[in-house]
Design a protein around this ligand. Sequence first.
Ligand SMILES: Cc1cc2nc3c(=O)[nH]c(=O)nc-3n(C[C@H](O)[C@H](O)[C@H](O)COP(=O)(O)OP(=O)(O)OC[C@H]3O[C@@H](n4cnc5c(N)ncnc54)[C@H](O)[C@@H]3O)c2cc1C
Length: 359
Amino acid sequence: MLGHDRQKRILILGGGFGGLYAALQLEKTLARNPDVEVTLVSRDNFFLFTPMLHEVAASDLDPTDIVSPIRKLLRRVKFFDGNVESIDLRRKRVVVSHGIGTAHPHELEYNHLVIALGSTTNFFNLSGLQERALTMKTLGDAIYLRNRMIQHLEEVEFRLNTKVTGISERGVELGDGTIIKTNTLVWTAGTSPNPLLETLPCRKERGRLVVSSYMEVPDWPGVWALGDCAAIRDVGLLFFESGRGKLFYKLEELGQYFVQLGIPFPHLNALVTASIEFFGGVCLILGLATRIVSVPLAFIMLVAILTAQLDKAKTLGDFLYLPEVLLLVLFVWLVFSGPGKVSMDQILARKLGIDGDKI
Ligand SMILES: Cc1cc2nc3c(=O)[nH]c(=O)nc-3n(C[C@H](O)[C@H](O)[C@H](O)COP(=O)(O)OP(=O)(O)OC[C@H]3O[C@@H](n4cnc5c(N)ncnc54)[C@H](O)[C@@H]3O)c2cc1C
């Protein structure tokens, strides 16, 4: 049902921070290309600025102040108002239900899939909580709470450093045995990944999809995850895994790529690059020789920017968003700032009686 056959189809799931900003970026780049069709699917036809949600609940702002209609923000990217029911990564298809009351399913095909479905409230399995608590995730939640507060406006008391152990008809039970009677309970104490992620056969960390520095899901080319759906790994782990893949499985491919880029001694340089990423990643994970390994890693990023990435950036904004640029800044910063307090470098310095600030 999407586009004509020779078109590449990019499907973005979720119209929140991750999904909408991906769509806005593609609006300026790929969506101009007639051979590419970009579609954003979300169950709300508006973008919600969540950091100001509490101001709607407190009646400081009107609901319309913190929402923007998605269709007005996008000209080339298509918008599909629907609920994502299931994702089939093997068949590259997503089932979306559409319509109020008698919702009907649509199957959308894709070549590239961006998963940005956000998160849900985490109730930490506390008994009685989910049934009795109000949440603070959607515009509906904020409007409901605002109306409820107007009905029950009273004095407010703060209890900090207090553990909630259970919720019952009598009220909120605290760790010290106290029960606070209440008829309005708002729970904002945590988030869980979107339940749809559980159904995906991908590597996860605390329920989120593990992604590369390009936000791509490893082993699933063309599948990407953003925002609360993505687990962005420690930079050392990122380079360790990238270097391991190149060193043990893709060395020949990397050499050929370097030939295309016109890099001198391509096969030797492929081996050196993969080794630096692999061993540099191990050192960063351990916090060992942090300043030293940051130098060749920064150099690799600089070469990657100059040889492979610079042409892709049309504007300064595009350039600054290149992962290689962010990583280059990070490594330069590490060269100057040195290792953190919890690192092998600091442990060794203490053992050798060297001032930790000087390593
Ligand atoms: C009250 C509140 C205040 C916050 N304040 C801050 C802050 O000050 N600073 C900060 O950094 N972060 C803040 N956050 C967290 C921040 O909002 C999230 O980290 C961010 O929104 C994550 O972006 P995302 O794109 O992953 O998900 P979201 O922005 O949540 O977007 C997910 C989108 O997917 C849609 N969706 C979900 N499931 C489906 C489905 N099955 N079918 C179709 N569409 C679906 C949703 O409707 C939504 O449009 C706050 C969050 C809340 C709730």
